[in-house]
Design a protein around this ligand. Sequence first.
Ligand SMILES: Nc1ncnc2c1ncn2[C@@H]1O[C@H](COP(=O)(O)OP(=O)(O)OP(=O)(O)O)[C@@H](O)[C@H]1O
Ligand SMILES: [Mg+2]
Length: 283
Amino acid sequence: MSSGAATIRRAAVTDPTHRTESASQSRIRTVGAGKRYGDFQVFRDVDLEVGAREVVALVGPSGCGKTTLLRCIDGLLPISDGEILIEGARVTEPRAGVAMVFQHFGLFPWKTVFDNVAYGLRLAGAAKADIAEKVPHFINMVGLKGFEKVYPYQMSGGMQQRCGLARALAVEPKVLLMDEPFAAVDAQTREILQLELLSIWEMRPTTMLFVTHSIEEAVLMGDRVVVLKGRPSTVHEVIEVDLPHPRTRETLTLPRFAELREIVWNTLKDEARQAEFELEKGR
Ligand SMILES: Nc1ncnc2c1ncn2[C@@H]1O[C@H](COP(=O)(O)OP(=O)(O)OP(=O)(O)O)[C@@H](O)[C@H]1O
Ligand SMILES: [Mg+2]
């Protein structure tokens, strides 16, 4: 058996930890989480833990419930079974300290970059002086200095994505949830944003759970890759990403990176082929 294959830990549905750390250290914890829309069961028995300084990538075929799970963790949607806890407290509604970056930027079109980035801080009742200090700091961090007064329609997709990221970072979240954060930007911008986010994370590590369809992105950024699969879906595989930190462009060239990419690909390829087959049939 290759050393790569040995790092796969099959996720036991009966074992809610998936980790060696004690439960008290986990910032996000889902226990037997299930979600139904009417009679349609999207996912079931999802047991997952994400530690305080951990980045977890959530992958799985289209429609398996990744966005739904993220929305449940954010408190935007109620779960049907089990429970979701953030720092030990049950999630029943959106809460301070948890920020979400949406796939399609989710910016307010009528607000400038400054006001979009300030949104979460104002919502949290931050003082004017605090906003005046923090907002430019985060705008600068994502490379949008000079664009404070610009509106979303005046920016490229990559700039809008940076703005969405700055808005989420500005509240200095304990938990950062991201739904395919870079899916809508071109390949070069995506790589730049991935590396920038990694360096921001190194400066201020936090709990990050992100959804992606990119296997490279999952392996580059994740400490673990969680594979959601099946109908209804559940955690099918948890792959430890034993690549060194800090993750940089060099990480992409490591032989271990290629091995891990193959491991994740192998867990997903049957379902990806099945999805293609079903699309073909439907034509
Ligand atoms: N409000 C809703 N009412 C009923 N069904 C829904 C609703 N939202 C999502 N679904 C269904 O739940 C399933 C999971 O949707 P979800 O958006 O979570 O998938 P996903 O894994 O994020 O997919 P993708 O990778 O395409 O973004 C899909 O079958 C979808 O049709
Ligand atoms: Mg989705």
